[in-house]
Design a protein around this ligand. Structure first.
Ligand SMILES: [Zn+2]
Length: 258
């Protein structure tokens, strides 16, 4: 795989602060940075958000986001003022990951709770004037309706697994769609990847999850983003370099990082 160090690529969604990396975090991060891969370390609760802020402070080429995930700790009380304080830390580029997940939360009452928590965090994003990183599973109709009612927000629909139609709604609302290892091991999203323009597409790994085809079943890491880029390049019939260049531009635009 041809890849020049100078040509930076951004893993727009990863969790190297998670315990899966306790024994070799530094090596994993350094390996990616040395290959010219920058990353956005994404928080999923207060603790992992704090850890994301710490990692961003430590390394050049790392940015971070803070937020409370729709699944993780549905019992954790969401405290707007502590997240707001954290969102003011240097190199926090987004509020996330936040969203709706009706797949893992089928219970209607809990979905209501999830929605409340999500809306509160959309309000936080508006207040601190930052984009959002959205997790959405089996809830695109509600999600699109919610985002449409709050124009002015922008950001990324991470790990996009919706339809072309849903994709166009998000794009029209000013959102980018994030693709990861999933597109390397299923053909289900080939059409979506082919049809979405690179200017609305960003790449991610979602490490430690969703390892690409060649690393299936193993822990994922930001360096594996090259395989995602290669798959996009194959599907679109565009050069690897073009995919990297254009999706990195999209990421920088989405996070206002230049
Ligand atoms: Zn994630």
């Amino acid at each position: 795989m041809s890849y020049e160090k100078s040509r930076q690529i951004i893993d727009t969604h990863c969790h190297p602060q998670f315990p899966q990396y306790d024994s070799d975090r530094q090596e994993v991060i350094q390996r990616a940075l040395d290959t010219g891969i920058g990353m956005v370390v994404v928080g999923t609760d207060f603790e992992t958000s704090q850890q994301a802020v710490e990692l961003a402070a430590k390394y050049e080429g790392i940015w971070c986001s803070v937020g409370l995930h729709p699944n993780d700790n549905l019992d954790e009380r969401y405290n707007q003022s502590s997240y707001e304080k954290l969102a003011g830390a240097p190199k926090v580029v987004a509020v996330g990951e936040i969203g709706l997940d009706y797949y893992r939360t089928p219970d209607r009452e809990k979905q209501v709770l999830q929605k409340h928590r999500f809306v509160e965090q959309l309000e936080l994003a508006e207040k601190v004037n930052k984009p959002v990183i959205i997790h959405c599973r089996n809830a695109h109709a509600d999600m699109i309706e919610l985002l449409r009612s709050r124009r002015g927000l922008s950001g990324i629909i991470h790990s996009f697994t919706g339809t072309i139609d849903e994709a166009s709604h998000y794009i029209e609302l000013g959102f980018c769609l994030g693709f990861n290892g999933i597109i390397t091991f299923t053909r289900q999203y080939d059409e979506v990847v082919k049809r979405i323009p690179l200017e609305s597409m960003v790449l991610e790994t979602d490490s430690p999850y969703l390892s690409p085809a060649s690393k299936r079943g193993k822990r994922n890491e930001p360096g594996h983003i090259l395989e995602v880029a290669q798959t996009v390049s194959d599907l679109k019939g565009m050069s690897f370099d073009t995919v990297v260049l254009e999706t990195t531009k999209s990421a920088r635009r989405a996070f206002h990082v230049y």
